[in-house]
Write a protein that binds this ligand. Structure first.
Ligand SMILES: *Cc1c(COP(=O)(O)O)cnc(C)c1O
Length: 390
């Protein structure tokens, strides 16, 4: 049966090249833009939607389904992702003598990281567009998430992972039935191998080389607004790898302003934190050209030597009056443990990097002590015990 393209509930209208605004169709599979080789972003209509209506929907990221790009909800591939806890980190705030520290705990997502949001959306869309096998280069979590969502969708998945990735990530992909290929090098080397699998019919799910993972991550922005009663924090501190989460949150804020859900005069300053072991985005934003070599990090998700969406990330940091800084490997591990021990939360090294970034922001007077701060714990601690080395 041919479904009317007008019958869907989604607000999606087209895909646009993030560099030149060229438009692309939404009824066929797309990766990045042919014109500029840059990420494609979803554009939505300005149709009105009442924010209170959304609150009646189910308790997952799919409560925002009208603002997501799936046409037919029967294609939805969901494991219950999203609507993660927003926690007031009172002990941390007290120890730093600041008023408000919120922590969005993304480790409670299926497969233990916020990659679940992106993959739920992207695998649903891939299913809708007829894909039956996917490939992804990953530092760990994206691979595990893709494996689980492909299992649920009945699709094959192939995971390209640096050989130094903690073995538990490798094993968990296999556990869900994926094929895992280990690659010497970082995620960029894995990314270079993708084309050979694309030639064999695998759909490329790489960060921002596919337009819908960022739409899933965008739901984090909706939730932050909803959970803080439609008043955004002053500062959001985000441990950055490929930057999808940051781009997604900012996109959500813009969409909510457009819908009249949020006031345009109070947007958070967006802060990029990376490990000093691998800080290409910090270098790019701060204009450092004598780039140190980019190596491995105990925060595996941050070891991305080249972000495909670097222009978008930089633009958002500038537009939001944010900034970018590095923290050391020692600091990110130490701060994950401190958060765990003061708040009883399961914090990844990436989450530790966010807290270390907050401390550095205070030291360098980049924020004020009465700012409300949100740190994102992008994943749980369980798969990283080897990195904490007890
Ligand atoms: C992937 C990942 C990141 C980085 O996310 P991006 O959206 O690529 O910037 C941070 N933390 C964890 C735990 C991750 O898995």
């Amino acid at each position: 049966m041919l479904m009317s393209q007008e019958s869907h509930t989604s607000y999606i209208t087209e895909l646009i090249c993030s560099n030149c605004q060229n438009t692309f169709g939404i009824h066929q599979l797309q990766n990045f833009s042919d014109c500029c080789h840059k990420p494609l972003l979803v554009r939505t209509t300005g149709r009105p939607l009442d924010r209170n209506e959304v609150l009646l929907n189910q308790n997952s990221m799919w409560r925002y389904q009208e603002l997501l790009p799936l046409f037919d909800q029967s294609n939805r591939v969901s494991l219950g992702e999203g609507m993660t806890p927003m926690i007031r980190a009172g002990s941390i705030a007290k120890s730093l003598d600041i008023q408000i520290v919120w922590l969005k705990d993304e480790g409670t997502n299926p497969t233990g990281s916020f990659k679940a949001r992106g993959m739920s959306m992207a695998v649903s869309k891939a299913k809708e567009l007829g894909v039956d096998k996917c490939v992804v280069p990953t530092a760990g979590n994206a691979g595990v998430a893709l494996s689980a969502y492909c299992a649920k969708a009945g699709m094959d998945s192939l995971i390209l992972m640096p050989s130094h990735t903690p073995k538990i990530f490798q094993d968990e992909c296999r556990y869900y039935g994926s094929e895992v290929v280990l690659v010497d090098g970082l995620i960029d080397e894995c990314g270079m191998m993708v084309t050979q699998f694309e030639a064999n019919g695998y759909f490329n799910m790489s960060t921002l080389k596919e337009p819908y993972r960022v739409e899933g991550k965008k739901t984090m922005g909706f939730e932050i607004a909803e959970q803080l009663d439609w008043v955004l924090p002053d500062v959001i501190i985000y441990p950055t790898g490929g930057g999808t989460g940051l781009i997604g949150m900012w996109k959500a804020f813009q969409e909510m302003i457009h819908l009249g859900w949020l006031s345009p005069d109070h947007l958070p300053r967006m802060v990029v934190v990376q490990s000093s072991a691998c800080a290409p985005m910090v270098d790019f934003i701060n204009g450092n050209t004598d780039n140190a070599p980019y190596g491995e990090s105990k925060a595996n998700g941050l070891a991305v030597p080249k972000a495909f969406g670097e222009d978008l990330i930089k633009k958002i940091v500038i537009e939001s009056k944010g900034y970018a800084l590095t923290v050391t490997e020692e600091e990110l591990v130490k701060n994950a443990l401190q958060l765990a021990r003061l708040e009883g939360l399961s914090i990844s090294p990436e989450g530790g990097a966010a807290l270390a970034g907050l401390k550095k922001s205070i030291e360098q007077s980049l924020i004020s002590l009465d700012d409300s701060i949100l740190i994102i714990n992008t994943g749980g601690s369980q798969k990283y015990m080897d990195n904490f080395r007890f």
